[in-house]
Design a protein around this ligand. Structure first.
Ligand SMILES: Cc1cc2nc3c(=O)[nH]c(=O)nc-3n(C[C@H](O)[C@H](O)[C@H](O)COP(=O)(O)OP(=O)(O)OC[C@H]3O[C@@H](n4cnc5c(N)ncnc54)[C@H](O)[C@@H]3O)c2cc1C
Length: 359
């Protein structure tokens, strides 16, 4: 049985582990913190959970292939997780209301071409404020999931399937080699496996810079506010880079930001005020509501939002599944299937070429 070691227990690492288990591998996840907990900046706990690439018409076909395929697995995946673990990831088809300004012609043509139902509507019909009098677009098929619950469900499923979790264990940056059979922790312990997969999110370049100088991944911070309004939205709402996501239990998320501030995972009052004003412009009743929580996460930022899903170009037994930037939750199931096919040397369902690791 092939033993695969996964470095990083965020959503990408956990989904990769699940897929490898489903295809008959023995799996170990090495995580420097704790899997499925809110710790120092990891992206997966912090995400909004929209299973859709916000404005897909702005992305390449390679990005949209992964988000489309990833999104298509979520309904069945969350049902399976609930059935087998008892943890409900709150997968919900809450729909997505796109408020102006946007390029209506491009948006509608993209939706029509990609069979995503879309309808021109008035924002007032959804009890939200549209600053311009123009039509909004309603995409009723778009879904969301609750990232902390999804991570808990994944963790439980992986435990039930005998995945070894080496937590509070940090791997040291990899040195140049031709073939990888073991990898040292920062404490000098050697961990061995048949194959290794880097799913270390924003930290992937730090781990691989000696061996993959062209890997272009850097942290991009996103901050989110949490409300619990007296009357919640019934659908997700997006306006010009800002979104609001209502949860089933009455909470409401408002975010996010794209900040190039290195590995600083703090939150700032300036951003809190900016997000608060944007939220109140859409939902004036929030002026009377306290902000219950404010957090941030570090996304694995990449040019054009294109992840690397690939064998390492020169090191045998090493694979990468990282750099999913703004859409790692959406892409994770499809990305996990692709990297697993590469690891097992089986045909891939989608063309792997666009995600190849640069030499
Ligand atoms: C505010 C915000 C909102 C978002 N909203 C959405 C959304 O609505 N929809 C969507 O699809 N995506 C969204 N995203 C993006 C999505 O969350 C990320 O793309 C995804 O979480 C990346 O997952 P990951 O597993 O690659 O990284 P992470 O979750 O960051 O996991 C990487 C893991 O690797 C571990 N690690 C790093 N280095 C080492 C080492 N040396 N040894 C051992 N372990 C190591 C880290 O501790 C970490 O746990 C959002 C992100 C943010 C921040």
């Amino acid at each position: 049985m092939t033993h695969v070691m996964i470095i990083g227990g965020g959503i990408v690492g956990c989904m990769t582990a699940m897929e490898l288990v489903n295809r008959g591998c023995r799996v170990t996840i090495v995580e420097r913190n704790q899997i499925a907990s809110q710790t120092s900046g990891e992206s997966s706990w912090a995400g909004g959970g929209i299973i859709f690439p916000l404005l897909p018409w702005q992305y390449s076909q390679a990005v949209n292939n992964l988000t489309r395929d990833g999104a298509s697995f979520y309904r069945e995946l969350s049902q399976r997780l609930q059935l087998e673990t008892g943890v409900d990831a709150d997968f919900t088809q809450s729909g997505f209301l796109l408020l102006p300004a946007f390029d209506k012609h491009t948006a509608v043509s993209w939706c029509d071409k990609n069979q995503v139902p879309v309808q021109a509507v008035k924002a007032a019909a959804f009890n939200v404020q549209s600053l311009s009098g123009e039509d909004a677009l309603w995409l009723p098929s778009i879904c969301q999931v609750r990232p902390p619950y999804l991570m808990q469900a994944m963790r439980k499923w992986l435990e039930q399937h005998n995945v070894t979790m080496l937590e509070h264990t940090q791997l040291a940056p990899l040195q140049e080699t031709q073939q990888l059979n073991e990898w040292r922790t920062v404490n000098g312990e050697k961990l061995s496996a048949d194959k290794f997969v880097v799913t270390s999110g924003a930290w992937s370049f730090d781990l691989l810079k000696e061996t993959s100088a062209k890997l272009n991944i850097k942290p991009m911070r996103g901050q989110i506010l949490l409300y619990q309004p007296d009357k919640n939205l019934e659908q997700m709402v997006y306006r010009e880079g800002f979104y609001m996501i209502p949860r089933l239990d009455g909470y409401l998320l408002a975010g996010s930001t794209l900040e190039d501030v290195g590995f600083d995972n703090g939150v700032t009052t300036t951003i809190r005020d900016e997000l608060r004003l944007k939220a109140e412009a859409i939902m004036p009743e929030l002026k009377n509501q306290p902000i219950i929580k404010h957090w941030s996460g570090l996304r694995p930022g990449t040019p054009e939002n294109l992840p690397t899903i690939s064998a390492h170009p020169s090191i045998k037994n090493l694979y990468l599944n990282t750099g999913h930037f703004r859409y790692g939750l959406t892409m994770a199931p499809a990305s996990a299937k692709l990297v697993t096919s590469l690891i097992l040397d089986e045909p891939t369902e989608i063309d792997a070429q666009p995600y190849k690791c640069a030499i």
